[in-house]
Design a binder for this molecule. Structure first.
Ligand SMILES: Cc1cc2nc3c(=O)[nH]c(=O)nc-3n(C[C@H](O)[C@H](O)[C@H](O)COP(=O)(O)OP(=O)(O)OC[C@H]3O[C@@H](n4cnc5c(N)ncnc54)[C@H](O)[C@@H]3O)c2cc1C
Length: 268
């Protein structure tokens, strides 16, 4: 039935009546279809914006073009931000009947927003027109075997929330996120009804990843078949992949996608 986000719990940046939302499973798409989907542009309107914490925006998009679109949890979209500029985000849900989708954007700036994705998410208002690509393959969460350990960061919270739309939901999942502000991240997770998530505060030298490795190790000790889904910062994923490979975890149990890396723009 309908998946309702806890909108009323969220401090609103701006208000409009929340459209109801649902999810639609779809069949897999191949590389060729992915390329075609990348070219297809879906016009939409921003119909709702929440600010669950200072650096986060939960943005609801609606449009005729979003109807009858096939989506499955883990797929990505690109927001077209003018000219050839686009930035990639992960739909939390997609209601193909109502023509509604939702993304959670993290505003990663230091002092002021200067980068296209962050500028857009920071300044966007209800009623703004925008365009996005159709959903395309990224990490396939639909048929994820369990138990699964999910590692990510602020940019991965949308992906984690999308798991709720899978047949097994959050069953037998262990979540651990590296974040700059655990207090802010916790507000967002509470607003999205995601209580059981370990947050590890980033340290300058990445020493905090040792704590993440401990959690991965515990999961390996409890089940050798544990799957791992890793997204977010490229260097963290690389280190944790090495950690797991050194413990003979086969590549078939590793599902990863770098969402950003210092110095590179607009990873897709
Ligand atoms: C498949 C996929 C799905 C994604 N889903 C989401 C999502 O749902 N929500 C979301 O918020 N992001 C998501 N991202 C990440 C997002 O696309 C990037 O963070 C993107 O770089 C933001 O665009 P920008 O214009 O602000 O920065 P860019 O112009 O692309 O980058 C400029 C610089 O900012 C820095 N930077 C970028 N991202 C971060 C960060 N998170 N923290 C610190 N520094 C950073 C890097 O040094 C980069 O060189 C996803 C990325 C991919 C590839």
């Amino acid at each position: 039935m309908i998946l309702l986000l806890p909108r009323l719990l969220l401090p609103r940046a701006v208000h409009s009546p929340p459209p109801s939302v649902d999810t639609v499973e779809s069949r897999p798409v191949g590389a060729f279809k992915n390329a075609l989907l990348k070219l297809k542009t879906l016009p939409a309107t921003v119909v709702d914006i929440h600010q669950p914490a200072e650096r986060f925006r939960l943005i609801t998009l609606e449009g005729e073009a979003l109807k009858k679109v096939q989506w499955r949890p883990g797929q990505k979209i690109q927001m077209r931000l003018g000219g050839f500029t686009a930035r990639t985000y992960t739909p939390i849900l997609w209601d193909a009947t109502e023509g509604v989708t939702q993304i959670l954007t993290y505003l990663h700036y230091q002092m002021v927003a200067t980068t296209p994705g962050t500028l857009w998410a920071h300044g966007v208002g209800i009623g703004d027109r925008c365009s996005l690509s159709a959903p395309r393959e990224s990490l396939n969460l639909s048929a994820l075997p369990r138990p699964t350990v999910f590692f990510g960061d602020e940019t991965s919270i949308g992906l984690a929330r999308a798991l709720k739309a899978t047949a097994r939901g959050f069953d037998d999942m262990t979540f651990v996120l590296e974040v700059t502000s655990p207090a802010e991240a916790r507000k967002v997770l509470d607003a999205l009804n995601m209580p059981n998530i370990s947050l590890v505060a980033r340290t300058r030298d990445d020493a905090h990843l040792s704590r993440v490795e401990e959690i991965l190790q515990q999961s390996l000790e409890s089940s050798a078949t544990t799957q791992f889904v890793m997204s977010g910062k490229a260097r963290s994923i690389q280190r944790l992949t090495q950690f797991l490979r050194a413990r003979n975890v086969p590549a078939s149990q590793l599902n990863s996608r770098a969402y950003w890396t210092p110095g590179k723009t607009g990873l897709d």
